[in-house]
Design a protein around this ligand. Structure first.
Ligand SMILES: NC(=O)C1=CN([C@@H]2O[C@H](COP(=O)(O)OP(=O)(O)OC[C@H]3O[C@@H](n4cnc5c(N)ncnc54)[C@H](OP(=O)(O)O)[C@@H]3O)[C@@H](O)[C@H]2O)C=CC1
Ligand SMILES: O=C(O)[C@H](O)CS(=O)(=O)O
Length: 482
């Protein structure tokens, strides 16, 4: 690891304002998915440290929320500036622990920092209301106040941005945060805490608890000081956390699984559609919850689109994310490879044809060939489950009403995409798709300015945009008799 600032790679975790070193007790190894080499160790913490962190965050919240919005905003801005100033180091740490190519990791750091920048600005615009009274002597005030201690649990696929997308608005709202990052990618979270402390944000407000998820999550969901649980990950775990949180009536923010349709109509710009497919399907090697998971192509353009797509995919370089020119890194682990293989085998056994790839890459390990399947049908696993890998399954369709029905035929509702030119079709289809987000003639929709989130089994709430700040606030109605 050739960091400019070696203090950013810290084998320790901040708990309630104190750093606990990995060498101080039992630790957890963190492995580079591209090589299998151990990168370093983090402390193995548990319910006790989670409780300590929650209590410290509660104590620190009072003076923190009493600071002016301008003061909190200024400290978040400073954190943003430090993240951007250390982008290269943060990107290297991210690539080494998660596997994505260095250029893509740098893009994630910029994307993650944009949430800190955005919520530094939103912090100063947490407006309340004064509503005309219902009686002559009454005045109605609506105040917005910090919800309380926030517990955040984040996944391995975006180990920087999924953290800033939660921690920045929570701190801006005046809350304290206790974070459990994914075990495969804790160093990106720890580096963010190093920089938050350096920016002047009190460390008691931002703890990182590394260790067994179920034990730590159990404390987070049971502890009554935690008033908000914000989670990004699988639908299965999101539902479990919701059940566990019910006893203490916590507000839930759930960014869960997806099964995004990507529809190419006969009036689409096919070159743009291929470009959109590459970014939507192969970003992070297909390991994002908003990746195109089912690609529907209208009959009359199927041959032209699929030929263009295969030509473009064949040029994608597979390799270690630290190598120049690599576009597709390794999958996160062996289980991810096995799920991709299961989806391909199942589809082919039910009649799908292999147009490109289809097997483990010659590099070995968890590298996989980018793959295109045709003649895919709704009865295949790949149509019903999120693949979370570099497989593009192509479906044919005839008419608009039919493809909308197919696109909506899933319990998920996170992201969806379609390419078309006719304006009335654009509005018809965008309004008919049952998803939290719709990309029209684009395969990349994620940005701090917009509300990110899903419906149905894809979750609750929104992150980013002005809506993302509301998730960490409570409304207080004051009825004033004057
Ligand atoms: N909607 C969205 O924005 C996103 C959704 N996802 C979805 O998540 C899945 C892939 O991510 P993956 O990380 O495997 O998902 P998981 O749900 O397995 O893990 C996500 C996080 O939850 C933790 N966790 C796991 N089990 C528990 C538990 N019982 N109690 C508390 N915390 C727990 C994990 O910790 P540990 O690492 O220690 O196991 C990790 O930090 C896919 O379905 C994907 O679609 C992923 C990213 C974004
Ligand atoms: O974890 C994910 O998949 C992210 O939410 C996707 S995005 O925000 O980077 O698009």
């Amino acid at each position: 690891m050739a960091l400019k600032d070696k203090s950013l790679f810290r084998q320790a975790a901040p708990v309630g304002g104190k750093w606990i070193e990995a060498t101080a007790g039992p630790g957890l190894d963190v492995v580079n998915p591209a090589t299998g080499a151990v990168l370093g160790r983090v402390p193995q913490l548990g319910a006790g440290e989670a409780r300590e962190a929650i209590e410290a965050a509660k104590r620190a919240m009072e003076p923190w929320s009493e600071r002016t919005a301008k003061e909190r905003s200024g400290l978040l801005r400073r954190w943003f500036e430090l993240i951007m100033a250390n982008k290269d180091d943060l990107a290297e740490i991210l690539t080494l622990e998660q596997g994505k190519p260095l250029t893509e990791a740098a893009g994630e750091i910029t994307y993650g920092a944009s949430f800190v920048e955005w919520f530094a600005e939103e912090t100063r615009r947490i407006y309340g209301d004064i509503i005309p009274g219902h009686q002559k002597d009454k005045r109605i005030l609506v105040m917005k106040q910090p919800i309380g201690v926030v517990a955040a649990i984040t996944p391995w696929n975006f180990p920087n941005a999924m953290i800033t997308r939660k921690v920045a608005p929570a701190l801006g709202a005046g809350c304290g945060v206790v974070l459990k990052p994914a075990s495969q990618t804790p160093f990106s979270a720890i580096a963010l805490a190093v920089l938050a402390e350096r920016a002047g944000i009190p460390l008691e407000l931002f703890s990182v608890i590394t260790g067994p998820a179920r034990e730590i999550g159990g404390e987070m969901t049971a502890n009554s000081l935690v008033r908000k649980v914000t989670f990004t990950g699988s639908t299965e775990i999101g539902a479990e956390l919701m059940r566990q949180s019910a006893a203490t009536i916590k507000k839930m923010g759930l960014e869960l699984g997806g099964n995004a349709p990507f529809v190419v109509f006969d009036d689409a710009d096919l070159d743009a559609a291929v470009e959109g497919t590459l970014i939507s399907k192969f970003r992070n090697n297909g390991q994002t919850c908003v990746c195109a998971n089912r690609i529907y192509v209208q009959d009359s353009v199927f041959e032209a689109y699929s030929a263009k797509l295969c030509k473009a995919i064949a040029e994608l370089k597979v390799g270690d994310g630290m190598e120049p020119g690599v576009v597709l890194g390794p999958l996160i682990d062996k289980a991810a490879v096995e799920k991709v293989e299961e989806h391909i085998a199942d589809a082919r056994s039910l009649g799908a044809n292999l147009m490109l790839g289809g097997a483990r890459h010659e590099r070995g390990g968890t590298f996989f060939q980018p793959t295109v399947l045709t003649d895919v049908t709704a009865d295949m696993l790949i149509a019903r489950e999120e693949t979370f890998g570099p497989v593009a399954p192509l479906f044919r369709f005839t008419d608009e009403a039919d493809v909308i029905r197919q696109a909506n035929d899933t319990e998920f509702g996170l992201a969806s995409y379609f390419y078309a030119s006719d304006l009335s079709r654009v509005f018809r289809v965008a309004e008919a798709l049952e998803y939290g987000m719709v990309g029209v003639n684009t395969g990349l929709i994620s940005t701090a300015e917009a509300p990110f989130g899903g419906v149905k089994a894809s979750g609750l709430g929104r992150e980013g945009s002005r809506y993302g700040m509301e998730e960490f606030l409570e409304l207080k109605y004051v009825c004033l008799s004057v």
